[in-house]
Design a protein around this ligand. Structure first.
Ligand code: GDD
Ligand code: MG
Length: 391
């Protein structure tokens, strides 16, 4: 079985982090986003090669929610990455990953962005094989559980051409909205980013498609949500299955921070031993084993501290992500923010309200940041009093 992950797009909504790496390589819960999708695709292989799974667990603990892993879990043997932005960065990262995880990863490289359907036409030969089996397509900026085995069963049961996962959200206008017949799952309408309310079930970005869907897609920039799904729905061959559990598109900072809360909640239910504990911890906190935390800190809830981070004494962290190699100096306080790789936050600094620091940003001592979005390699010497971009 094959799978394609859509890893293109410029990730503009996640700048300044995507100025350093493509969106799928931005860390989420201490690991690049893309790894959140691999795990589910690969279970039967892992059962066949038990040692492989131990190696994988050691290399990347808590793989359960990772896309490529997810694909491997249900017997996908080849993952095609549809890439158009910074291909060399992705390729270098994944070459190493391919041997570690034991799944064939190939790249289908666009010379111009082909949208969400064009990449399928480009990768046509890689997706079709003699078995005529359906293939998975995943958006790369989504975190959820991936009940892919159930999805295969669902797909077989309805006999349509395409299956999609849907989930309920409060703000459906940001997504592709699906109107479906509840009892059968048959999709009546698919409306991408509707201006008027259509319904609150939305496309979760996880598809299982028959090879015949490829005959509907031309090799040009085109959107699967606007040009393909509405037509298949009209022919009554599109079916939707409601995704159990949590779901979030983490492609923008606010949702990224909410997504971390949902992810850590789910981790607490499944494998709480992976979360930090102690008198200095409040709620769900993920701390890489190579990070150090000083005396008298109060950390949590909903915090991820990445590899090699140094958190000095008396620091207060809540609802934030601190990426690899960051140093947080004494008595700094960070909430609802993302601190990019190898940055420093000075002592007694206060960083809050959706502050996003790009890679290698240095916030001087006693500085206040209220929603500053700071580009990589900057030094912040004066306070940012209202949300603004610091170039
Ligand atoms: N290869 C390639 N080429 N990939 C692309 C391109 C492109 O030109 N443009 C976007 N992508 C990838 C993105 O990296 C992402 O994984 C996926 O396609 C969806 O693109 P987004 O830009 O994140 O779309 P969205 O979040 O506004 O909407 C999509 O996702 C929602 C769920 O999160 C749609 O599929 C909606 O219908 C859906 O509800
Ligand atoms: Mg998205």
């Amino acid at each position: 079985m094959k799978a394609l992950i859509l890893v293109g797009g410029f990730g503009t909504r996640l700048r300044p982090l995507t100025l350093s790496v493509p969106k799928p390589l931005v860390d989420f819960a201490n690991k690049p986003m893309i790894l959140h999708q691999v795990w589910f695709l690969t279970a039967p292989l892992r059962r066949k090669f038990p040692n492989l799974s131990i190696v994988c667990e050691l290399m990347f603990f808590s793989f359960e929610l990772y896309q490529i892993e997810a694909l491997k879990a249900i017997g996908v043997t080849e993952v095609v990455l549809a890439i158009n932005y910074q291909p060399e960065v992705m390729l270098n990262f994944l070459k190493e990953f391919e041997t570690k995880i034991g799944i064939k990863i190939t790249c289908s490289q666009e010379t111009e962005p082909l949208g969400t359907a064009g990449p399928l036409a480009l990768a046509r030969d890689k997706l079709i094989d003699e078995t005529g089996e359906p293939f998975f397509v995943l958006n790369s900026d989504v975190i959820s559980e991936y009940p892919l085995k159930e999805m295969i069963q669902f797909h077989k049961s309805h006999g349509g051409e395409a299956s999609i996962m849907v989930t309920k959200v409060d703000e459906p206008s940001k997504y592709g909205v699906v109107v479906m017949e509840e009892s059968t799952g048959q999709v009546e309408r698919f409306v991408e980013k509707p201006k008027l309310f259509v319904g609150n079930k939305i496309n979760a970005g996880i598809y299982l498609l028959d090879p015949s869907v490829l005959d509907r897609i031309e090799l040009r920039p085109t959107s699967i949500e606007k040009e393909v799904f509405p037509k298949i729905a009209l022919e009554k061959k599109l079916y939707a299955m409601v995704l159990p559990g949590f779901w979030m598109d983490i492609g923008q900072p606010k949702d990224y921070i909410i997504g971390l809360r949902l992810y850590l909640d789910s981790l607490r239910k499944r494998t709480s031993s992976k979360l930090a504990s102690g008198t200095h911890i409040v709620g769900n906190v993920l701390v890489d084993e190579t990070a150090t935390i000083g005396e008298g800190c109060l950390i949590g809830p909903d915090v991820a501290i990445g590899p090699g981070c140094i958190v000095e004494s008396g620091v207060r962290l809540s609802r934030c992500t601190v990426m690899r190699g960051v140093r947080i100096k004494k008595h700094a306080c960070i909430s609802s923010s993302i601190i990019g790789w190898h940055s420093t936050v000075g002592q007694w600094a206060r960083v809050e309200n959706m502050t996003i620091l790009g890679e290698d940003v240095h916030v001087c001592d006693e500085i206040y940041s209220n929603g500053g979005v700071v580009l990589p390699h900057k030094e912040i010497k004066s306070s940012i009093l209202k949300p603004e971009i610091v170039m």
